[in-house]
Ligand binder design. Structure first.
Ligand code: SF4
Length: 278
């Protein structure tokens, strides 16, 4: 059998586990249960929740009045919560506490007069939810090149999407220094993200290739792939075993396995067991 070395930290983080367990438990009570968008970025786990009765709406308009609505781990903008209130929805807030912290810091610092610079992926729901807690001026940047396009500002608060790399947060902070008189940096990268990224670095040099398991929409899974590549590993990123091309295993004996924070344990076990037997 092929040797599979699983990263020290892999799969569900605290925030995703809290959301998935909470939703699964609530679904037992058979209500009209909705989520706006996927509650977590893992299609296979979301399909499991949908089979238990969860319905996914693409926006608030699709939610029937009076329905029960789960706010996903990435959170929602305050305006969305107000719209749900107006529809008399029963809101069950599953926003991860670390995302709530980033939302709160962005909101507070904006109120104190800081221009908020948010490091992250502008299309990601977590970024939209943090943006939606800021009343004042805000910019979203993906890297130092985006910072170079900003004009000079007097007071800046830098907040990070929870799944960014701390190294990138540090270089974006450095790039902001010449742009402002006062810079307030909040390290809102969550511990689970750092642990999963460090665990991938820990596999470098010990494996012949790295299989990253997780949803293709998952930002933190994408970072694990990037870190594996930056460490010089041969990386393959799959959502499930059906996507795996066995030819990738040619000449490889020791396979590292890493999984994003929204990848369930049952999926990791299935992938590792099947690859070990190939
Ligand atoms: S990755 Fe971090 S911030 Fe995101 S849900 Fe998990 S614990 Fe929360």
């Amino acid at each position: 059998m092929r040797k599979i070395i699983l990263a020290d930290h892999a799969g569900f983080c605290f925030g995703v586990k809290l959301a998935v367990d909470g939703i699964a438990e609530a679904l037992e009570k058979n209500c009209d249960d909705w989520s706006i968008g996927m509650p977590i970025h893992n299609p296979q786990e979301v399909a499991r929740l949908c089979a238990k009765g969860l319905k996914i709406a693409s926006n608030v308009e699709e939610i029937p009045c009076g329905a029960r609505v789960f706010i996903r781990a990435h959170g929602e903008a305050l305006s969305v919560l107000k719209e749900l209130q107006a529809k008399d929805a029963h809101v069950v807030d599953m926003t991860c506490p670390f995302v709530q912290r980033a939302q709160a810091r962005a909101g507070e610092l904006s109120t104190q007069g800081y221009h908020v610079v948010l490091l992250g992926d502008i299309r990601h729901p977590e970024i939209r939810s943090i943006q939606g807690h800021v009343d004042g001026s805000i910019d979203v940047v993906a890297d130092e090149a985006d910072v170079a396009k900003l004009s000079k500002m007097r007071r800046v608060a830098l907040i990070s999407q929870t799944t960014q790399r701390e190294e990138l947060l540090a270089s974006v902070a450095s790039a902001l220094v010449p742009k402002t008189e006062e810079l307030h940096v909040c390290n809102t990268v969550c511990r689970a993200t750092v642990e999963r990224q460090d665990a991938v670095r820990g596999l470098a040099g010990k494996v012949d290739g790295l299989v990253v398991i997780g949803g293709h929409e998952s930002a933190n899974t994408a970072k694990l792939r990037d870190i594996g590549l930056a460490c010089g590993m041969d990386v393959i990123w799959i959502e499930n075993i059906g996507e795996f091309d066995g030819r990738w295993l040619m000449g490889k004996d020791r396979i590292g396995a890493a999984a994003g924070a929204s990848t369930p344990e049952w999926l990791i076990t299935e992938v590792c067991n099947k690859i070990a037997r190939m």
